[in-house]
Design a protein around this ligand. Structure first.
Ligand SMILES: Cc1cc2nc3c(=O)[nH]c(=O)nc-3n(C[C@H](O)[C@H](O)[C@H](O)COP(=O)(O)OP(=O)(O)OC[C@H]3O[C@@H](n4cnc5c(N)ncnc54)[C@H](O)[C@@H]3O)c2cc1C
Length: 520
């Protein structure tokens, strides 16, 4: 396809997009317009495993990201104090093939009715932990790894002999993702522009020319240069130049559901071991993220500014850390996504398409999802097929709505000690698409075959958050525990399962050693 593809905005979304479309359309002209004087967001970014598929697709090895960008490995997110009781739970990534998952129940397995091929796809292990009043830390593999400061890779001497690619010296037993700083990664990706035949134009887009079909033919830069194009990727971050200013696309605000609207980033030094997880610590008026990048943590307080000022947040953080960090400029945002992220010959990606809030690290994931969706809806770019563009927009909206659901679900916890937490349920509506889930949870725990979760977060995620938040009533748990005869069905097997987790974790490499090995 010999088209002129223009990427406007040189942040993480812009550079990931440039590399992705370069690979997807080897014959196209690919140009990035970036404004040298403006900043890129880089607050310490926590990602999801799908980012590795994209780095793989664009031929950027993980080893290089660890060496050159200070990236670290992420198994999970540790949620600390979300019930106000000081307790914490881990929300980790899936296990391929579900070999050690919560749903490990074939005929021979401990988590099913003994010796019967059954349709009951309920996790007895999950019910057993809930019945004991526990979260799933003890029985979940990524949680176990995270607590042990391990990552799901097992060194294999034979593989070392056969490959120069260091990541291939390991066998992988669970999905994982990366932590990095977006500013550093976008700079690193930019360094490949010459070798990948991606042109860079320095400038700020201030206007554009539309044809009679409302497709953009060219953009005008601040210094009066005009650049012709066939297709634009709007990666202009929160300034949302094309989607908002040119197309005035409808914004689907999530503010009636989610009240977090301001965040203040800061850094903390880390002289200790590097945790293989992001930490999300519940605070008086929101929560604090703590992401291990390079030799420090990228941190920030995400909060509801209706309840407190920046100064009050600062005081709370200083008291909590017993230390006075240097706060960076605050960032305000309205949670939500645009209903139509693809308008004519312009597709918005990254923060220009929307942003929910940092919880569960879904923003770069949505960018990655948007890019991979392109491979399916490619006709939207090749011949601007409006039916395909429409389908893309509908698919995108369903995905972002389903992400909203699980982010919202984290706030349905037991914390009640401040007005923010006490009033959360009264002040904020349920998202429409979570209602069925919450109605069901009133009388039963989920089945794996439930269709109401859509596809963004697996059922395991809902189980882990529900267990962490102590969401289910004692009656529901007690009933199911008895109905499914859980005690009998898993007898003697929980210890066996835990022993298995211990063994596998014992074989996995320590996060610190792995980072040293990759950098060395
Ligand atoms: C508080 C906070 C915490 C976050 N935490 C996470 C996390 O843990 N995990 C995660 O996945 N994501 C997180 N994100 C989101 C993540 O940072 C972004 O998804 C990612 O950095 C991509 O940003 P971007 O490239 O869309 O925007 P930006 O980094 O803002 O880049 C946009 C660029 O476009 C330029 N631009 C704008 N208008 C024009 C114009 N007219 N002409 C030319 N250039 C223009 C801007 O100057 C800027 O350089 C967080 C975001 C925030 C705000």
């Amino acid at each position: 396809m010999k088209k002129r593809l223009l990427i406007v905005g040189g942040g993480t979304a812009g550079w990931l997009t440039a590399m992705f479309v370069r690979k997807m359309f080897p014959e196209a002209e690919v140009t990035v317009i970036e404004d040298k004087n403006s900043k890129v967001i880089g607050v310490g970014e926590s990602t999801v495993p799908a980012i590795l598929d994209v780095f793989n697709f664009i031929d950027i090895p993980i080893e290089e990201l660890i060496k050159n960008c200070g990236a670290t490995i992420k198994n999970s997110i540790k949620f600390t104090n979300w019930n106000g009781d000081g307790d914490s739970y881990y929300h980790g990534f899936d296990v391929p093939g579900k070999s050690i998952s919560l749903y490990n129940f074939s005929k021979a397995s401990p988590y099913s009715f003994k010796d019967i091929d059954t349709d009951c796809d309920k996790s007895f292990l999950f019910l057993n932990q809930l019945h004991k009043g526990k979260n799933l830390n003890e029985v979940d593999f990524p949680s176990k790894l995270s607590m042990d400061y391990k990552i799901p890779l097992v060194f294999d001497q034979k593989k070392k002999i056969n490959s120069n690619n260091k990541i291939e010296h390991f066998n992988q037993c669970c999905y994982y993702a990366l932590h990095f700083n977006g500013q550093i990664v976008s700079k690193y990706l930019r360094s490949f522009s010459h070798e990948r035949n991606i042109s860079i134009v320095n400038g700020l887009v201030i206007d554009c020319d539309l044809d009679q079909n409302k497709n953009i033919k060219s953009v005008l830069l601040e210094d009066n240069r005009r650049i012709d194009c066939d297709f634009i990727f709007d990666c202009t971050g929160f300034s949302r130049f094309f989607i908002d200013k040119i197309y005035k696309s409808e914004f689907k605000s999530y503010k009636k559901y989610l009240p977090i609207k301001r965040a203040i980033p800061f850094y903390l030094d880390n002289k200790k071991r590097i945790p293989p997880y992001t930490e999300a610590i519940s605070m008086k008026n929101g929560w604090m993220w703590k992401i291990p990048v390079e030799e420090r943590f990228g941190c920030g307080y995400a909060f509801d500014s209706d309840y407190c000022t920046d100064e009050e947040c600062y005081e709370e953080i200083c008291k909590f850390l017993n230390f006075e960090p240097e706060f960076k400029s605050p960032i305000s945002f309205e949670p939500g996504y645009y209903k139509k992220v693809w308008n004519n010959n312009v597709l918005s990606l990254g923060l220009s398409s929307g942003f929910i809030e940092p919880l569960e690290a879904t923003s770069i994931w949505v960018t990655v999802m948007s890019l991979t969706m392109l491979t399916k809806y490619i006709a939207g770019i090749v011949d601007l097929n409006s039916n395909i563009i429409n389908e893309y927009n509908i698919d995108f909206e369903k995905k972002t709505d389903s992400i909203l659901n699980i982010v919202y679900f984290h706030y349905l916890n037991k914390r009640k000690d401040t007005p923010f937490w006490k009033e959360f349920r009264e002040k904020n509506q349920h998202p429409e698409s979570i209602v069925e889930i919450l109605e069901t949870f009133k009388y039963r725990t989920p089945f794996k075959s439930d269709k109401m979760f859509y596809d963004s977060f697996a059922i395991e995620s809902w189980l882990i958050v529900a267990a962490g938040n102590k969401y289910f009533s004692n009656d529901v748990i007690e009933n199911e525990f008895l109905t499914y005869n859980v005690r009998e069905n898993i007898i003697n097997n929980v210890n066996h399962h835990k022993e298995n987790l211990r063994k596998v974790s014992g074989m996995c490499v320590e996060h610190d050693s792995f980072i040293k090995y990759m950098r060395g």
